[in-house]
Design a protein around this ligand. Structure first.
Ligand code: SF4
Length: 206
């Protein structure tokens, strides 16, 4: 079977306290089914096209920080676009990388439920950008289906438990209000999620 590939946009080393536990290398990937108004990923893709890498190739590049990962409980975070589009790659990377490495995935959960199931077995922690829990706001901002995101979030919760899920709840300029953000957080808590990060998107007009 052909080796799964990852469309690598950029690697950022030695991150702390932003996207995972311990020292993290962020592997930003291309591709996403959503169409968010303030998406940074699309701009990055225009400026620097993605490079297709195998899990072995990526492993060789990030291994330089092996000691930091082990000493701090850190590892690799897959982000950028929609990381769960590349779940076959994530599984392969998990098989090859040291068991001590902590793998995280940034995701909007706008993927088929099967991708969520597969990712649950390969990834230690999920950082979910829910956008907004209101279906109309979600649709207007992303062009996607908020009901799919919510049902995938429930599925993920049932598979890995709340300890392995952080949900980012943004205030999105021109799309939602602080009150909408508060309502989203309330709905997420009602689902059983407690690790919530409320913050404001900082946008740059293009
Ligand atoms: S989910 Fe993220 S990568 Fe996808 S369109 Fe929205 S901002 Fe861009």
């Amino acid at each position: 079977m052909a080796e799964p590939l990852y469309p690598l946009l950029s690697l950022t080393r030695l991150r702390m306290g932003i996207d995972g536990t311990g020292v993290v290398t962020l592997a930003a990937g291309a591709g996403c089914p959503l169409n968010c108004r303030w998406c940074i990923n699309k701009r990055l893709l225009r400026e620097a096209p993605a490079e297709m890498v195998t899990a072995e190739e990526l492993l060789e590049r990030v291994r330089v920080d092996d000691l930091y990962f082990r000493a701090t409980g850190g590892g690799v975070t897959f982000g950028g676009g929609e990381s769960l589009l590349h779940v076959a790659f994530l599984k392969r990377f998990r098989e090859l990388c040291p068991a001590e490495w902590h793998l995280s995935a940034e995701t909007s959960l706008a993927v088929p439920p099967e991708q969520v199931r597969l990712a649950a077995g390969a990834i230690d922690a999920f950082i979910v950008d829910c956008k907004d829990m209101d279906g109309a706001i979600y649709r207007r901002y992303t062009g996607g289906d908020g009901a799919l995101m919510e049902s995938n979030l429930r599925l993920l919760l049932s598979l890995v438990g709340p300890e392995r899920i952080r949900v980012r709840v943004p205030r999105i300029p021109s799309f939602n209000t602080a009150e909408d953000q508060r309502r989203s957080a309330e709905r997420l808590r009602a689902l059983g999620l407690s690790d919530l990060e409320l913050f404001d998107y900082v946008v740059r007009e293009e």
